[in-house]
Design a protein around this ligand. Structure first.
Ligand SMILES: Cc1cc2nc3c(=O)[nH]c(=O)nc-3n(C[C@H](O)[C@H](O)[C@H](O)COP(=O)(O)OP(=O)(O)OC[C@H]3O[C@@H](n4cnc5c(N)ncnc54)[C@H](O)[C@@H]3O)c2cc1C
Length: 370
């Protein structure tokens, strides 16, 4: 009975989430499940979802979840990772993500070709005893030695890390948002203003078609555009654009025994994702400028001049890129209540997919005053 009256009260509270990348989608999902009346506003919210011409950072992403292979075991970044890895398992089942029979594709393997790198893996596995991390010593690396035409020093396998397919993920979320009656508005937000004369609806959103909506809460998840929306309200946050690139390679013939390939193979800071018989996605955070560059692409493919022949000989079948919003002089992400009713969940630069559930939960807890 009390639960029903709480839900009825929440239905009176209207929240607009600006931006429908993973930060906005997960925030709308979490608030909608709690019973709030939620608008999700983004000019692209009803557009086709496609990673070959991505409309935002989320659609461009590789979807790698490196939650457990994280060296710290305390602090905000650790807590967000830890929380997210738990929430993803629950949420993927709730949104009927297609891989949900085994939650997500696992595991992740990292390889080391220097003593220093392997030592940091040993330290990690000692610090993270119950996180599904297992060391691979040089005796167990014959397969990877032959694949990368090298003599590896060691490696690790992280059984609980892995990958989500961002396109499937967004599709599943979009259907779930319809089921919990999230109102999708496919318009750009031009301005946010303060309302002085309306009960608790103290915020006003002005859309590109001049329509204006009064709200109790606004949560801004609009990546780089967050700066502009906030500036007009006298709040300054600093974000810089950072490019991420993905290359899809096509191989003429199968490399021996692809079956042993994990969801993610990480070597020389490059992520390799084998995604159908003759194709491999590779991506790395190279962080130079905002336009895709030939230099960055060549660097990824050369792997510090250690690339094996199969990699050098592969044909690039597709490539795409996306821009990420990196906070300047402070750690990502930016989770803040700037004024009563005005929140930001943005500055997701790396690991935006990984951290999305914990960040959405932070929004919910903040609105509930906890
Ligand atoms: C190539 C690449 C690979 C990556 N790989 C990984 C990975 O493997 N794992 C991982 O965890 N992370 C990865 N990331 C990072 C991750 O994708 C981002 O951190 C995350 O997607 C950011 O999500 P977001 O919702 O903050 O921003 P975005 O996805 O960029 O969404 C912002 C949205 O705001 C909307 N918007 C902007 N202005 C307005 C306005 N005025 N009104 C309304 N809407 C507006 C935009 O249309 C956009 O849809 C990768 C990123 C890239 C580019």
């Amino acid at each position: 009975m009390q639960m029903n009256s709480q839900k009825a009260e929440k239905k009176q509270i209207e929240i607009s989430v600006i931006g429908s990348g993973i930060a906005g989608i997960t925030t709308a999902f979490h608030l909608g499940k709690k019973g709030y009346k939620v608008n999700l506003i983004d000019p692209t919210v009803n557009s086709a979802i496609n990673n070959l011409s991505p409309k935002n950072g989320t659609q461009a992403s590789l979807g790698v979840l490196m939650g457990n292979v994280y060296k710290r075991s305390k602090g905000r970044a650790f807590l967000l990772r830890n929380k997210s890895m738990k929430l993803w398992k629950e949420w993927l089942t709730e949104i009927k993500y297609p891989e949900s029979n085994f939650i997500f594709e696992k595991p992740l393997i990292k390889l080391a070709n220097s003593e220093k790198e392997y030592q940091s893996m040993i330290d990690l596995s000692n610090n993270k005893k119950n996180y599904g991390i297992e060391l691979l010593d040089h005796n167990s690396l014959d397969f990877w030695n032959s694949i990368f035409e090298t003599r590896l020093i060691g490696g690790l396998i992280s059984h609980e890390d892995g990958r989500l397919n961002p396109i499937e993920l967004i599709k599943s979320f979009m259907q779930s948002l319809d089921q919990i009656n999230i109102n999708k508005i496919d318009k750009k937000v031009c301005r946010i203003t303060k309302n002085s004369n309306l009960y608790n609806k103290s915020w006003n959103i002005v859309l590109e078609n001049k329509q204006s909506i009064s709200q109790n809460y606004i949560v801004i998840c609009s990546a780089l555009n967050t700066q502009k929306l906030l500036k007009a309200l006298g709040h300054e946050i600093l974000l810089e654009p950072i490019l991420g690139q993905v290359i899809e390679l096509e191989f003429k013939k199968r490399i021996s025994n692809w079956k042993e390939w994990p969801a993610i193979l990480n070597f020389q800071s490059v992520n390799f994702i084998h995604h159908d018989p003759n194709h491999m996605l590779i991506g790395a955070t190279l962080e130079r400028g905002t336009k895709p560059s030939l230099l960055d692409k060549q660097e990824m493919l050369k792997m510090n001049n250690t690339a094996p022949k199969w990699l050098s000989n592969a044909k690039i079948s597709h490539e795409w890129s996306g821009v990420r919003a990196k906070p300047i002089n402070e750690p990502a992400p930016l989770l803040r209540q700037l004024e009563p009713g005005l929140l930001i969940n943005t500055g997701h630069y790396r690991n935006g997919i990984l951290l999305a559930p914990a960040c959405a939960e932070w929004v919910g807890l903040t609105i509930e005053g906890q």
